[in-house]
Design a protein around this ligand. Sequence first.
Ligand code: CA
Length: 330
Amino acid sequence: MKHLLTTSAFTLSLLASAMTAQAASYKLCSVAGGCTSTGSISVTSNYTQTKYPLVFAHGMAGFSKVGPADYWYGIPKDLVAGGSSVYVTQVASFQSSEVRGEQLLSQVQNILAISGAAKVNLIGHSHGNQSIRYVAAAIPAKVSSVTGVGGPQTGSPVADVIKGVTTIPGLGPITATVLSGAINGFFLMIDAISGQGYRQDALAGMDSLTTKGAAAFNVKYPQAMPATKCAEGAYTVNGVRYYSWSGTGHLTNVLDISDAALAASGLVIPEANDGLVGRCSSHLGQVIRDDYFMNHLDEVNQIFGLVSIFETNPVSVYRQQANRLKTAGY
Ligand code: CA
């Protein structure tokens, strides 16, 4: 009888631990705050169960979480449900590529320490591409893969135009002051609300994304950049696997109020683009696809999941990429 009781107690504890293992969460990280777990998500498969954690790096004007405005809308949650270990990082919304890269680097080192993982898979959107490329160049032995989404690798003509406006003699300095003051204030407010308080520098951020600024970055960090315009880059550099994808859509969902602005800004880019980044500019390493019917915000399933219903859902594209990494042994 005692033996039976012990056996059932053992079985119960096994059941309990199995049930515990079914719930997981993703982590929100920042330079000052470390990483904290958020939510309780049921793990329903192992489709996206990569060997190494997935670390997400947001773009300009990004923030990892402000109330319901999750930058990677619905994406971390979906990947955790598929068995991924997910870390959503946060750097200054507006800063130079190098400053943002350093802020990501310190978080990646913290993530490596707390997770015990030997490496990480880095995924970046928009200006987050430069951040993940910076980290992969700094600590290649600790990075299994880099996935660039909608990346302005060779800059954005939209940044060139804004930069142009701010350098018109007489008008320029005033416009620059007003513009940067407004932008700095706005994003400082958002970061203050989300509890981070990064120092913002709109002009440094914008400068990094001009054609000239991006070219200067590429000279220092050339890893996996195409040798000729619109080609693919090397698939593997210093043991790090590189991938990229992007979109060429503008008006993709009639309910999304951001579409019109992206359609307008896309007019200044002399090639197919997602509203902010040209198709060829997004190329890094292996190009998975560069013409999804997605605009720059659709690429992170924004705003609030308002994307084209005639295209693969962006969440599915991330899910497929995580499975690709898993299959490759990353
Ligand atoms: Ca959208």
